[in-house]
Design a protein around this ligand. Sequence first.
Ligand code: G6P
Length: 613
Amino acid sequence: MCGIVGYIGPRDATPIILNGLKRLEYRGYDSAGVAVLQDGRIEVRRDAGKLQNLADLVNREPINGAPGIGHTRWATHGAPSARNAHPHLGTTGEVVVVHNGIVENYLDIKDELSAEGIEFKSDTDTETIVHLVERHQSTGLDLTEAARKTFQQIQGAHGIVLISAHEPDKMVCARIGNAGGVVIGLGDGENFIASDIPAILEHTRRVIFLESHQMAIITKDKVVVQTLDGKALQPEIHTVSWDPVAAEKGEFRHFMQKEIHEQVRALTDTLAGRIDFENGRIRLPELNLTPELAKRIQKIYITACGTAAYAGMVGKYLIEKIARVPVEVVIGSEFRYSDPIVDENTVVLAISQSGETADTLAAMEEGRRKGAVIWSIVNAIGSQGMRVADGYISMQTGPEIGVASTKAFTAPLVNQYMLAVLLADMRGVIDEKTRKQLVADLRLVPDLASQALNTEPEVEKIAMSLKDIRDCLYLGRGINMPIAYEGALKLKEISYIHAEGYPAGEMKHGPIALIDENMPVICLAPKDPWHEKMISQIQQAKARGGTVVAIATEGDELVNGMADHIIRVPQCPWMLSPIVTVIPLQMLAYHIAALRGLDVDQPRNLAKSVTVE
Ligand code: G6P
C-alpha cells in the first residue's frame, strides 16, 4: 500500500517511474520496486528501504523499456523486504502487478492456488492477484478479461495496475472501493498512471480519475474506461493546476474532503507493517512495550485535545474491553491541573495529530514528572509528541492539511485497537481464538471505511435539508457516544452551527427540553451492544417533534419509519463501528459548510496546531 506510477509510450519508463515515486516519497514507505518490459521480457528491480537503494540497484543492473510500473510499499502482509516489495511477478514471469489495498480473502485464494501447486514467492496478499490473472489467462483470456475476472474475485478496496509481456501495447488498471486514487494522465503519444497526481504532474495536466469499480485499458494513444462488468464509459477529462498545492487536492474542492476520502488509504497505511494476519498477532515495535511492562500497568490515562480526545474516548472502550486495564480520559488542558494519581505503573498515553499541541505536551510532561510511562499516538513524524515519549505509535496517515481533523481521528481508533490487543496478549488476558478473531477483523477496516464513504450521496441530500439550521444535537451511547461528540465538533468547527454531542441516556436529564421542530437530532444507532437503547432514544426524540437523522446498520429494520432520514452504514464488529459511523458525520459537516460557502479548510478562529496554552 502506498504509491503507484505507470508509463506507456515511446520513452524509457524507468526514470519516469523513479521520478514519479520520488514525488510520492513524503507519504512514507519501506521498500520500492520497478518493472519494465525490456526486449519482450519483464524485468523487475526491487529493494527494501529508501528509493535511493532502488535507484542504486537500477544503476548497477539497468533496465530500460516500456510499458513499466513502479511502487513504493508500506508493508501490510509480510515484512518490508525486497522479496515482498512490489511489483510482483506471477509464475510464468510474463505478468506483473502493483497494488494498493488489502485482498481481504487472500488466505482463501492462497490456499486454493497452493493446492493447485502454485508456489508463492512472497508473503504478500498482492501476489494472489497476479496468480489469479495467470490462471484466467491459461483458459485463453487476454490480459483485460483475465484481469476483469480477477478484479471481480478479490474482496476489499484496491488500486491495481498490471502489464503483460504477451500484450506489450497496454496497461490494465482498476479502482475498486476507495483505496486511494487511480489517476490516468493523458500525454501526447504516451499515457501515465499514478496513485496521486504529483507523481505525473511534470508530464501532463490532463487527467482522468477512475471511480470505484472502474477499470481502464491504456495504450500509448488511447484510454478505454469501463465498469468492472464491461460497460463502456465516457470519462470526464480534468485539467489540473500546475500549482503543486492545488494539484495535491486533485479531484476534491477542499483538503478536508480529500482527507475524508483518503481514509481508506490512511487506515490501510496505519495497519501497515503491524499485523501478522497468519498468526493473529500485532507488532508495535516503537511502543517499546515488554511483557514485564504490560503486566505491571495498573492504569492508563489518555490525554489529548479536540478531536484527538474524542478518539481517546473510543480508545477507553477498546482498551478496557479487550485488555481489561482501567482507562481514564483527561482533556490535555486539564491534566496538569487535576493532580492526577500517577506512579511508575501508570501510563500516560497522549494522542495528537500534530504532536505539537501545547496542552497535550504539558500533560505528557506532568506524567513524566510524576514517574509515569509516557506513550503517544502521533501523526507528524519527528514531532515533540513523538520524541519525548518512551514509546509511540505513528499514525502513518501522511500530512493532514484541513484544520478540522478527519483521518487523524479514525487512524488512532485503529491504533488503540491494536494497542489493546497487544496489551491483552502480553498480559495473558485473552484467549487465542478471541485474539485471532480481533486481529482478523482488522482486515475489514479499509473496506468498511470505503463502504461508509459510499453514503455520500445520501449525506449530501441531508446536508441540503439541514444547511440552514441554527442548532443540532448529536446522541450516541457506549462506544458511539464519543462519535456524537466528534460529529458535533466537526459541525460547529466548520459550519459555525451550534452543535452539541450528548450521551443519549442523558437526554432525559436536560437536552430533551430543547427538542422541537427546530432542533434536528442526529442519532448514532448502529448494531452495537447499545442498539436497542438507542432505538428508544430515537422514539423519544421523534415524539418531541425533532427531525431525526439516524445512522443505522444496513438491514436493521427497527429504525424504519422512526427517523426522517436514515444513513445506512455497513454491518461490522461493534468495536469497529465508530469508523463507519463517524465518516458520514464528517461528510455531513463538510457538505453543510460547503453549501454555506464557508472556508472549510481554514475555519475562522481555529488553528491546525495550537502551540500555546
Ligand atoms: C486544534 C485543531 C483540532 C485538533 C486539536 C488537537 O484545535 O483545530 O482539529 O483536534 O487542535 O490537535 P492535535 O494536533 O493535538 O491532534
